[in-house]
Design a protein around this ligand. Sequence first.
Ligand code: TXA
Ligand code: MG
Length: 338
Amino acid sequence: MEIETKILSPDSRGIAEAAALIKSGNVVAFPTETVYGLGADALNGDAVKKIYAAKGRPSDNPLIVHIADISHIYKYAENIPDIALRVGKAFWPGPVTMIFKKKDIIPMITSGGLDTVGLRVPANETARTFIRECGCPIAAPSANLSGSPSPTRLRHVICDMNGRIPAILDGGDCAVGVESTVIAFDEQGNICLLRPGFVSVEDIEEATGKTVALAQGVLSKVDESKRVLSPGMKYRHYAPKAKVIIVDGGLPEFAEFMNGREGCAMIFDGDERVYKGNNYIKYGSTPREQARNLFSALRRADELGYSQVYVRCPEKTGVGLAVYNRLLRAAGFEVIVL
Ligand code: TXA
Ligand code: MG
């Protein structure tokens, strides 16, 4: 049954109304600095079930638990290595999620059946005020339908969630645009990157003095029958209806490749000076801009009715690695090297 979805302003009244919904066991979409999240009380299994239902998400894919302050990690996690505190001090509040052994208070439905929990303190002020007012940790995946590009604008959330959830807290456009960097630790305190994000491998290595290892799945397909460290990496993801193909090469070669080809080019700002085709969507010039615009550009391809999108390959270092990782999944790992 369809329900009415209210759009709430991010002022004290709107936040109070959103928090009241959470306290009564409902789900609410809310802004973070990365993407919009679909939140529920992380300690209430019945409320968390509503997240999976609204998204159509497989129930073995764990949810990130959002907290308002670094000191709260001890309530929900144990065996926290010293190195994690260093990462937290350097990047929290901010777009980093750390995986720890969970305490029993976190229900299995929240952790997708795992004995671990991913924790994150978001930087977005509205998000933190909202979490504080809820008085509980907030489990939240991205607020898109499972498989679709993550929502970085209010209209994306409305498009995917209208009629499925009671309210959306309006936070305007998300500043970062790609989801948080997800890291885990082994017993020796070594760091493993499960999902690249705005906080880059290089940033974490500089803050900790440690080498960060890349998990299988960051840059290559994972075997879907195998157990993976981060179950979210198993699924085709972030994909618009249009078929996405990454094209790796210089601008003149890209322009040549596109010559006479049907479909849309997703190019860098400024490329249009050399690329003379009419069908294009620009997604920024720097890796940071590309991160901010990526999901919006992928959704735009569908809005314009394209069935194929050829994306100019972003940089593969720094924030660019996060953009490239999302594109690889949207493209089902199809890359044409020129
Ligand atoms: O920026 C973000 O992280 C956004 C905002 C809303 O905070 N959230 C987000 O959630 O992207 P979601 O559910 O779309 O992606 C969470 C990722 C998935 O790939 C999931 O498998 C992984 O994090 N993850 C969560 N908990 C985990 C755990 N305990 N162990 C391993 N991976 C975990
Ligand atoms: Mg997601």
